[in-house]
Write a protein that binds this ligand. Sequence first.
Ligand SMILES: C[S@@+](CC[C@H](N)C(=O)[O-])C[C@H]1O[C@@H](n2cnc3c(N)ncnc32)[C@H](O)[C@@H]1O
Length: 458
Amino acid sequence: MARKAEGRGRRRPHSRQTPATAIDPTPRRYRIEALGVSGDGIGRLTDAGVQQATPVFIPYTAPGDEVLARSTGKDRATIQEICVAAPERVTPPCSLFGTCGGCSLQHLSAEWILKWKTTEVLTGLHRAGVVDLPPAASFQTPSASRRRADLAVKRKHDGVILGLHRRGGDVVDLTECSLLHPDIVKLLPALRTAMERLDLFRREADLVINLLDSGPDLLLASDAPPSTADRIKLAAFCKSHCISRLCWKEKASQENPEILVQLAPSVIAFDGVAIEPPSGAFLQASREGETAIRTAVLDALPPSTGRKAKIIELYAGCGTLTFGLSTHARVEAYEGHPGAVEALTRASAGRNITPHLRDLNKQPVEAKELSSALAVVLDPPHAGAGLQMDDILDARPRVIIYVSCNPRILYRDTERLLKAGYRIDALTIIDQFLWSAETEVVCRFSHSSKKREKTNNK
Ligand SMILES: C[S@@+](CC[C@H](N)C(=O)[O-])C[C@H]1O[C@@H](n2cnc3c(N)ncnc32)[C@H](O)[C@@H]1O
């Protein structure tokens, strides 16, 4: 799904404005050489005699394409016509592809995308200095499996639209989707109709749908408070669509959402353990992706060293990996979201797990604590592990199992880990964001000096 724009720079009040360079609207012919990290084709002009220093990024193109494209900025162009199609091109399964902004790679086959993502990760790790990579395992989630939708809702003069933002533009009504789980897709028309009649929604709202084992779990953030009539309508809506819970908060509010409707417990099981996640909780994008990540992490664990062995898990969420880890050794699980820790604490009762509520940016787990762990497992957010990484490097635990949804941060941390004496000895590449350029990677880093100690001690 498209991410919301992050960290736009503020213009300085008295800075001089550089006059915008005029954009030549004439379509020109480009040959696409490769895909960039965000999945856009990298094109160069084919015109004879033209020396083009900087490549141009052209969305929805494939390596091997020759296209006519119109410039939209210094190094960006938009495709007008495909003159020569790359052999890897396929017919996109969704008629909204290229409009809705949710997918960027539906014009390429799933096999090609997995190969591309694998090569990108291997190249990135080589560039970070890894010389002896183990063979990489890989996994790809199927279509129609995405279990979380983060949608925008807009009131228009002729009704309500509900969908994703087109690239740099307005919301596109999601009238079909090949990526989302069918149980989410089939709910959309009824949601559109229901939203039209609500007082709590004037012009804009955000809607998160998490598909749990108990059915869809909804979090609505809107621009007006719910009326009594809204509460009655929403209760009826949830009942007729088997929605266990619907929560509401004011758009942009940091407050906890209010439960407007709760008809049954909202439940999801991780490794057979049922938890009740908070509304809008982080979930791995699909059940299949979650299983692939958990399998890679559990397979990477070193043998347990007895009853006292402990695993330190950082960024544990609601316990996606925690319960599996706890069958191997005692788990100290750290997480910064209060609702997630509450859910994990309730489900951990009587198990080998101690959950901790901790903002790891402000108060990282210290090196002294980390160094005694059998393994440190970390699954940081997109921005990476920040300060926590310094303590991990100071601690030098024997094994670090690193789950990354942002390979660029992983490459940066890999460079530091290599310098500290680690090597990668297990690697899994998971395409759980099918048809987008995002990749999930699970790496095991082992510390060589500890290995030597172990060998000497034998
Ligand atoms: C990629 S998710 C992984 C969650 C879990 N491991 C899973 O697989 O579901 C990252 C988690 O880090 C948590 N997080 C983000 N920033 C944090 C911080 N500064 N301190 C602690 N946890 C944080 C988020 O709440 C989220 O649960």
